[in-house]
Design a protein around this ligand. Structure first.
Ligand code: PGA
Length: 228
């Protein structure tokens, strides 16, 4: 199984979300082989869930971040319990969250626990220089319940992706530290041209796609290119 996660980040208006779904043109997705996950900005989760349902699309819904806290007096925070009805995945610890919102490994750990309590699978983002420390705080009992996304900061949004071979080596290290069954995704300037090379690697089980997921035609072509 390969996981393709579209991360729209802080982009799109509601009108643009609607156009994205109207223009999406997935021709050959085998849900046994490819799991598509779309992570829109939180205000659009319900609209996206509705579009997926109405168009009977083979897409699961993800959220780009989740509160490290349960329900309670935490102004502005979106808890796992609020979205669990629609959401199956949550990106946690994205390097942009760590950098611009000062999130620590401890925060990421709490988010993992909160997501798992609601049966939401955390997609935990890590980078090579901190790989050991970012992984070692994750509770052992959660190692097979999460997915990991290896995202080199220099590759994100830069058009300068890591090599598939090196990504594979990182995938192997992650699986050694966590569990061989833990899916490892690669993220950072993935596009239609290079996606297949990453998916062909032994220790890579999918991709986290930012820029190339924003345009519905581009994203459709990317998905169709690897669908058999
Ligand atoms: P990118 O972003 O595909 O635009 O490089 C990936 C990510 O940050 O998830």
């Amino acid at each position: 199984m390969n996981y393709l996660v579209a991360n729209w980040k802080s982009n799109k208006t509601l009108a643009e979300v609607k156009i994205w779904f109207e223009s999406l043109n997935l021709t050959r997705v085998d849900p046994e082989q490819i799991q598509l996950i779309v992570c829109p900005p939180a205000p659009f989760l319900l609209d996206v869930a509705d579009s997926i349902h109405r168009q009977k699309l083979p897409i699961k819904l993800g959220i780009q971040d989740i509160s490290p806290f349960p329900f309670g007096a935490y102004t502005g925070a979106i808890t796992a319990g609020m979205v669990a009805e629609w959401v199956d995945f949550a990106i946690v610890g994205h390097s942009e969250r760590r950098r611009y919102f000062s999130e620590s490994n401890q925060d990421v750990d709490k988010k993992i626990s909160e997501a798992l309590k609601e049966n939401i699978t955390p997609i935990v983002c890590i980078d090579e220089p901190y790989l050991q420390s970012q992984l070692q705080t994750i509770e052992k009992s959660n190692h097979t319940k999460i997915m990991v996304a290896y995202e080199p900061v220099s590759a994100i949004g830069s058009g300068n992706p890591d090599t598939p071979k090196h990504a594979d080596q990182i995938g192997e290290r992650v699986k050694k530290i966590l569990d061989n069954r833990t899916p490892v995704l690669y993220g950072g300037s993935v596009n239609q041209e290079n996606l297949g090379y990453y998916l062909n690697q032994t220790h890579i089980n999918g991709a986290l796609i930012g820029g190339a997921s924003l345009d519905p035609q581009e994203f459709s072509m990317l998905v169709n290119s690897i669908s058999k």
